[in-house]
Design a protein around this ligand. Structure first.
Ligand SMILES: Nc1ncnc2c1ncn2[C@@H]1O[C@H](COP(=O)(O)OP(=O)(O)OP(=O)(O)O)[C@@H](O)[C@H]1O
Length: 326
């Protein structure tokens, strides 16, 4: 469990019905570029949500997240985070953010705790003391609670160079949560991690959300990581090509597939052709069909079936379709 110090919610102006992130017509055109890298995107993220920004290489994700985190100036548009305006109140916005970028920025020769302490004192959160035990008790309580939350408390005093990739990521997250940000930005946080470390990182991030109410804004290439998101925004060529909950995005684009097969494939193929039903033949006959019509179709088939399966589309199926169509 978290100590009181770590549990305290961020000091933001966030209210449940007011979006914690509001982006309106955001544009970025790099110098000498012929096209906008981010081309007029608008979306909102409710406080406490888990929001995912997806898109293929070069879609504009890093450009967008860099603008939202105040490290890159927008060409035009407005962004407000926790009620503060990105253009006119960048300092206040920055205080609301925790950021974990693609490239780790840890000092490998220091221990995990020393990395955290350096960050805490650089950001003026606590006065610097040369030893952990001399640091204020509030700092020690907070570091301990966060390390426990992320499952690295036993390694706090070990040099970071002995850490696995997953542990380094977790340490960066501990560090980025120290000032109790309202929004935690994660740019492809699980790239390069093995499946087990990825899963464990997600378990811990879920816990972070549950315990602190922190909004999580993520970019990822791993579509299954976005399946559990409250909201998703898919970018391509700098524009939003789809947005909504994973269910809404899937429902709008893909219907479930019915997979059937028979000992007598020829007869089944002929029957499907006769009905004018488009199908793909592979491990069986894959038919895209309205849910209501499945029963009707099955009843009408004379060929004895050896396989009947319905397959719901994954976010990845939908994603590939969206990007192909764009
Ligand atoms: N500093 C820069 N100067 C000029 N063009 C840039 C710069 N950074 C990115 N771009 C261009 O902007 C577009 C969007 O790039 P961005 O890195 O934001 O995409 P991304 O979705 O993050 O891609 P990836 O998944 O590969 O990280 C690309 O066409 C890229 O070439």
């Amino acid at each position: 469990m978290l100590s009181q110090a770590a549990r305290t919610l961020p000091g933001t102006k966030a209210q449940p019905d007011v979006p914690i992130i509001a982006v309106e017509n955001l544009v970025k055109r790099y110098k000498k570029a012929e096209k906008n890298a981010v081309d007029g995107i608008s979306f909102t993220v409710p406080a406490g949500a888990f929001y995912a920004l997806l898109g293929p290489n070069g879609a504009g994700k890093t450009t967008a997240i860099s603008m939202l985190t105040t490290t890159l100036a927008p060409t035009s548009g407005t962004v407000s985070i926790a009620g503060y305006d990105l253009m006119t109140q960048a300092d206040l916005v920055r205080r609301q953010l925790g950021i974990v970028f693609q490239k780790p920025s840890l000092d490998l020769n220091l221990t995990a705790e020393e990395n955290v302490r350096l960050h805490a004192t650089l950001y003026g959160l606590y006065p610097y003391r040369p030893l952990y035990r001399l640091m204020p008790s509030a700092y020690r309580a907070q570091v301990h609670a966060l390390a426990e939350l992320l499952g690295i408390e036993e390694s706090l005093f070990k040099p970071v160079k002995t850490f696995s990739g997953g542990m380094k990521r977790k340490l960066e997250i501990v560090r980025s949560l120290l000032h109790r940000p309202a929004v935690l930005f994660l740019d492809e946080p699980t790239t390069g991690l093995d499946p087990e470390s990825r899963r464990s990182l997600w378990d811990y991030l879920r816990q972070v959300r549950a315990e602190s109410g922190t909004t999580i804004f993520l970019t990822t290439h791993y579509l299954e990581e976005a399946e559990g998101a409250d909201g998703i925004c898919i970018l391509n060529h700098g524009r939003i090509v789809s947005t909504g909950t994973p269910q809404q995005i899937k429902a709008a684009l893909l219907q479930p597939t019915l997979l059937i097969d028979a000992q007598d494939r020829e007869q089944l193929r002929a029957e499907l052709q006769q009905k004018g039903l488009p199908f793909e033949e592979g491990a069986g006959f894959s038919i895209t069909i309205d849910k209501q019509d499945i029963h009707h179709l099955l009843k009408s088939l004379a060929t004895p079936l050896s396989l009947i399966q319905t397959q719901a589309p994954t976010l990845e199926d939908v994603y590939i379709q969206i990007i192909k169509q764009d």
